[in-house]
Design a protein. Sequence first.
Length: 394
Amino acid sequence: MKCKILYISSLSSNRVISEIYKSSSKNPGFAIQKFSRLLAQGFEKNGAQVDVLSVIPVEDTPNKLVNEKNEVENNVNFHYIPFLNIPIIKHICICIYTFFYVLIWGLKNRKVGYVVFDVLKISMSIAGLSASMIARLTTVGLVTDMPGLMVGSNKGIFSKFVSFVNRAYLKSFSCYVFLTEQMNGVINKKNRPYIVMEGLVDVDLPKELSSIAKSNPRTLLYAGGLHERYGLKMLVDAFVNLKRNDWQLVVYGNGPYEDELRDIAANNTNVIYRGVAPNEEVVKAEYQASLLVNPRPTTEDFTKYSFPSKNMEYMVSGTPLLTTKLPGMPMEYWEYVYLFDDETVEGYQCKLETVFELSDAELLTKGASAQKFVMNRKNNTIQAGRILQMLYAL
């Protein structure tokens, strides 16, 4: 009998995400959407029937009823939770709906069903876990970030309460999927089965992307959150100090560093800020670039519990990656990327100068080796298959 997966998250169809972006011009969580979509499709490619129970990632709009139509996309069934978009009432709606949906789904599919939770969806996870226990379902806690350590998260009383609740129910899953080994020591206190899955790439990489020509002049590209804690300010300062007009720095994303970055771009013609853009546009830019960069410092505590999904996206592009030696990045990755040795403006500047002097052929060879590595060992069919193997062994 066919295995069935119920994936509880904010994953929405490409149509829904596109409509949200067009109507608001805000980032509806492109990174987590891509991660979740690849995982859901990976389960499907391994022969599982995949049902997604989702709260679509819309902004707070008081007194508005959110009631998206259910749909099927790429053999994945999307079921959207209706709710009144009013504080507190919204979460009550989500909890009640999730509880009864999971309970009914679980009773129908008890012998072949498994429930995968994005643990950061607190209302859904608490209600869904309760229903799963009644229906005696095996549950998977998918931990993509450590509660309370996400950059940019609110540090107020409510945020601390949410973090406390989050940590309290994290111990209740049957098994876990972590992005780094360090997460296991903090969360999995009951020593339940787990796997480490740093990320995943699309096994069906579009062939037309490989024919995209490199930009001229050479381009250094950063895409992600615009936070000083991510090392972006040091990177920009290092690039500007080099005064290399044969290279340009292109930045995508938004965040607290945005205003300062706009000022720098206004005064430096080879620094270009493009704001928030759909993932398709960013991916195309990654293929056109000569070098991709992730300057995230290794000294921040949160880096032990993260593996940036952007690194996977960078590596599969075939454009070489320059990054730091993140604690959550296994050493098996090191030979396929360029690494910063000194995490200071001077250190970044020195390494950029070294890599900028490499030939086009050398850069292409490095990028191709990284692409082959992640395509052969980290694609979404393989990674989803590892989760299913863990479930079947329980």
